[in-house]
Design a protein around this ligand. Structure first.
Ligand code: PMP
Length: 285
């Protein structure tokens, strides 16, 4: 049997249902996280749960559990579902109450849901890299909140998919922000450059791990906005996310990035990132 968590209880996945007046369903009034599991162990779980609490706090939802309680619940879910390699999806909404834009009374209990999915590491793409398009960033101005409202991201990702691409790199005017579900990095003359973590992007957990790895390995970093011209002129380009890890970008808008192969710093960061996974979760096959 496969299990899900609804409000602290493990239930049969096929019986896990929420009300049609759940505010997540009607308004996208909630926040979420995706946590990677390798070898049955959660990777950077503390960082993900801290971001979850922060996202929830910023829209006035209080998590009814401590981070330790949440971790224990998720561990139980992974064990019960015998998940070896995959993801945990979790979301919290403002709860169920008669439809009204105004927040419901304080006694309405938030709905917390979590379930797991088996997902293999995209090793083919790690080796060969992926293709991307560019797209104007039409999202709101609080992209630092991991909100359930993902329409802007979905429209961008769909456009990419329709053109046979893995990701859409978004930009506001000539300033590059991030992918539809990833952070974007360029490498120029040995320096790794990525958008600073402000309200225009999500502060990726993978991004933070990569920045730590750069610091530990004397790879220079600049956290700042960069332009489309810089992106096009970059020596290497890669993206990062919980499931895509360190993913080389080898084509943008139909043009190859350099020779169309993953670059040396991207490769080095892939190796360092894999070692970091193994440090936390044990040896990968
Ligand atoms: N930006 C956006 C818009 C995302 O959806 C994601 C994926 N969660 C990321 C960045 C990367 O974040 P993380 O490394 O925490 O998965």
């Amino acid at each position: 049997m496969n299990f899900a968590i609804i409000n602290g209880k493990l239930v049969n996945r096929s019986e896990a249902k929420v009300d049609i007046e759940d505010r997540g369903y009607q308004f996208g009034d909630g926040v979420y996280e995706v946590i990677r599991v390798y070898n049955g162990k959660m990777f950077t779980v503390k960082e993900h749960l801290e971001r979850f609490v922060k996202s929830a706090d910023s829209i006035g939802i209080t998590l009814p559990y401590t981070i330790d309680e949440c971790t224990a619940l998720l561990e139980e879910l992974v064990t019960k579902n015998k998940l070896v390699e995959g993801t945990i999806y979790m979301q919290i909404t403002r709860g169920t109450s008669p439809r009204n834009h105004v927040f419901p009374a304080r006694d309405v209990v938030p709905t917390l849901v979590a379930y797991t999915k088996e997902v293999a590491r995209p090793v083919e793409s790690f080796t060969h890299g992926v293709k991307t398009i560019f797209i104007e960033d039409i999202r709101w101005l609080r992209c630092d909140i991991k909100s359930l409202n993902l329409l802007g991201n979905l429209l961008a990702k769909q456009k990419a998919a329709e053109q046979g691409c893995f990701e859409a790199i978004q930009h506001r005017g000539d300033q590059v922000t991030e992918g539809s579900s990833s952070n974007v990095f360029i490498v120029k003359k040995g320096t790794v450059i990525t958008h600073e973590s402000n309200h225009l992007i999500l502060k990726g957990i993978t991004k933070e791990v990569i920045l730590q790895l750069c610091a530990q390995n004397n790879i220079p970093v600049e956290e700042r906005t960069f332009t489309l011209d810089e992106l096009v002129a970059a020596d290497e380009v890669f993206l990062s996310s919980t499931t895509a890890e360190v993913m080389p970008i080898v084509e943008m808008n139909g043009d190859k990035v350099k020779e169309g192969l993953p670059g040396p710093i991207t490769r080095k960061l892939q190796t360092l990132f894999t070692l970091e996974i193994e440090k936390q979760c044990g040896r990968l096959k």
